[in-house]
Design a protein. Structure first.
Length: 303
């Protein structure tokens, strides 16, 4: 983070489980940004305001400033709960919830997440990324994939989230690679594109084989000296392949866009390409800030 004084007429905040990010904003333009490890998981309810002040103090003047936040800050364990809003819903129309702040300079607003009663699903933070995506893709009618720890597949039409589905693929990969017996057999990076693509195709065609294919990575390493880098690529391919098999009704025959870290988004695009689907890839980094800017603009217009 930077300790330099910066003028801002409002502040955008993305508050996740492990990290806190903030942007000093003038209109829709970013003037400065800062981050810390003060994620929701490391704070009790009384710790949110001090954590925010530590990060944004250089941007505060004497007057009151609006702080528009999204993410886990609005969960039950967050600063103040912002109840989920049921889909279908336009993300840019979500009305933020006011949070109580002791410091009179802070006017903290929290964007609520989205919920889907059946099949049961929730998102918190991704709705703002979607709003950012739609700021430059207003006519998009298709499926937006947001890969990450918990990957979201989101059906969008007329700027509205119609339905969505979540897969725990990213979390499963980390658990298996770091905490299971496979930690002895996978290592380094998963840049072997042929091994990845073969694993994706294998699991899309035979998703019921996932548990067996996973242990085969260990067995092949022990018996045949399977390269740990190849094993890691296969592990990624097996898990993403299983995810694509389960989400096929979302991406088959649809206009698909992917927004995430570029490395992960490219992996999903490569996986879909094995099935003949050409997806557009977007860097998710600026989308949350752009989504918060849309929410702030709507709040300003409503005043």
């Amino acid at each position: 983070m930077s300790g330099q004084t910066t003028y801002a007429d409002w502040i955008a905040v993305d508050w996740g489980t492990t990290h806190l990010r903030a942007w000093a904003m003038v209109g829709g333009a970013v003037k400065a940004e800062a981050s810390s490890d003060d994620g929701m998981g490391a704070l009790d309810r009384d710790g949110f305001e001090p954590a925010l002040l530590r990060l944004i103090e250089p941007w505060l003047g004497q007057g009151r400033i609006r702080v528009v936040t999204c993410g886990m800050v609005g969960s039950r364990q967050g600063w103040s709960e912002a109840p989920y809003v049921e889909v279908p819903k336009k993300p840019c129309d979500l009305m933020p919830v006011q949070a109580v702040a002791r410091d009179q300079r802070l006017n903290v607003m929290i964007v609520p997440g989205l919920k889907q009663p059946a099949p049961a699903d929730v998102m918190r933070g991704e709705e703002t990324q979607i709003a950012g995506f739609l700021s430059t893709n207003k006519d998009f009618d298709g499926v937006l994939c947001l890969p990450g720890t918990h990957t979201k597949w989101v059906r969008i039409s007329a700027e509205e989230v119609v339905s969505f589905q979540t897969c725990m693929t990213g979390e499963m990969f980390q658990l298996l690679a770091q905490n299971s017996v496979l930690r002895y057999s996978v290592a380094g990076h998963d840049s072997d594109q042929d091994a990845f693509a073969d694993a994706v195709s294998d699991l899309i065609s035979r998703p019921e084989k996932l548990a067996q294919r996973l242990f085969s990575l260990r067995a092949e390493n022990v018996l045949n000296g399977l390269d740990p880098h190849v094993a890691r690529a296969r592990l990624s391919g097996y898990l993403i392949g299983a995810e694509l098999a389960s989400t096929k009704p979302y991406w088959l025959g649809q206009d698909v866009a992917i927004a995430g870290t570029l490395k992960l988004a490219d992996a999903y695009a490569a996986a879909l390409k094995t099935q003949g689907v050409i997806a557009r890839v977007y860097d998710a980094a600026p989308l949350t800030c752009a989504g918060l800017a849309r929410v702030h603009a709507a709040l300003t217009e409503s005043v």
